[in-house]
Write a protein that binds this ligand. Structure first.
Ligand SMILES: [Zn+2]
Length: 320
């Protein structure tokens, strides 16, 4: 029997809520996947997650006393110290919900919450591509751009728990409108909408990309621009080179600010790594201060779909 007990990680996503039992080695031993649409009210969520936790623990022949606690990664601003979710992106009806307390009452164990990007950073730091680094910046690249900072060997939350939002660093104040209302945030320049916007002129020039889009329901998606680029389409490749260059500017700013040992990049868009990483690296080398640029390694995340579950479990262990 190991000294570190197991923990449960809950990854609250837009489509599914994943509840996973995590071993001390960071392996997801068992998972329950619940549809987010059925858990829209906080009470429904707390009931369904408690039930899933109990059945997972029972199924493995464990007792609740072997479980260090339950961690929840939520898509939105969170007061981690008080265990309160301020609001949720794309899930209306969640305002100032004391989720940690509600779950703890149902399960009679310690429950902690943080935002999903911080959980991702914790997971990659402890068990993934950031292992062994004391200073680490983690970015998740998808519809938006999330991030988490590990500084001096601990998750850095800032004065009010809102630190680590690289997606809303303003890169170009006259740039495209961002979901947050400002202009030219890094997220507005490299998020899914930006990739599609860059893809439109490519679509006019590339018969190959037009064929792909027609064969997939007529909607231009980053995935298809990636496929065309991998097949050698120069217009699609140019889209990813531009995304890499823009991302490189953001990463260079972060590298100048924090002098990290590593930058770890994950999220769905990172599946196009070989298409955007070369331009990103060139830009970071050019735009970051020499001392920091030399010290940093920029690598792809390793944990994949379960990073959110593992990170939420790490939240429990780190909180002890
Ligand atoms: Zn923004």
């Amino acid at each position: 029997m190991s000294a570190t007990p197991w923990a449960v990680g809950v990854d609250f996503g837009g489509t599914t809520v994943k509840v996973g039992l995590v071993t001390p080695a960071g392996r997801v031993a068992a998972v329950r996947v619940l549809p987010t649409a059925e858990l829209r009210r906080p009470a429904q969520f707390a009931d369904a997650v408690s039930q899933a936790v109990r059945s997972l623990v029972q199924e493995r022949g464990l007792r609740m006393s072997r479980i260090a606690g339950v961690g929840i990664g939520a898509p939105g601003p969170v007061d981690a110290a008080r265990g309160v979710i301020h609001s949720m992106v794309n899930v209306p009806g969640w305002r100032e919900v004391p989720l940690a307390r509600r779950l703890a009452r149902r399960l009679q164990c310690r429950c902690v919450v943080d935002n999903d990007a911080n959980c991702f950073a914790l997971a990659e730091w402890r068990f993934g591509a950031g292992r062994g680094a004391d200073d680490l910046i983690c970015l998740t690249l998808g519809t938006g751009l999330g991030g988490g900072l590990i500084l001096d060997g601990a998750l850095y939350r800032g004065a009010s728990g809102a630190a680590g939002e690289p997606g809303h660093m303003v890169i170009d104040p006259r740039g495209p409108r961002c979901g947050c209302g400002r202009r030219g945030c890094l997220e507005a320049l490299v998020g899914t909408a930006a990739i599609v916007a860059l893809g439109r002129p490519a679509l006019r020039r590339s018969a190959h990309l037009r064929r792909l889009v027609r064969a997939h329901g007529g909607r231009l998606m980053p995935r298809l621009i990636g496929r065309a680029a991998r097949a050698g389409d120069p217009h699609a490749r140019a889209v990813w080179a531009e995304i890499g260059a823009r991302l490189g500017v953001g990463v260079a700013n972060l590298v100048n600010l924090c002098n990290p040992e590593r930058v770890v990049i994950g999220g769905g868009i990172a599946n196009n790594w070989s298409l955007f990483a070369p331009a990103m690296r060139v830009t970071v080398r050019r735009e970051a201060m020499a001392g920091s640029a030399r010290a940093v390694r920029i690598v792809r995340a390793r944990l994949g779909d379960y990073a959110g579950i593992v990170g939420a479990a790490v939240l429990v262990w780190e909180d002890r």
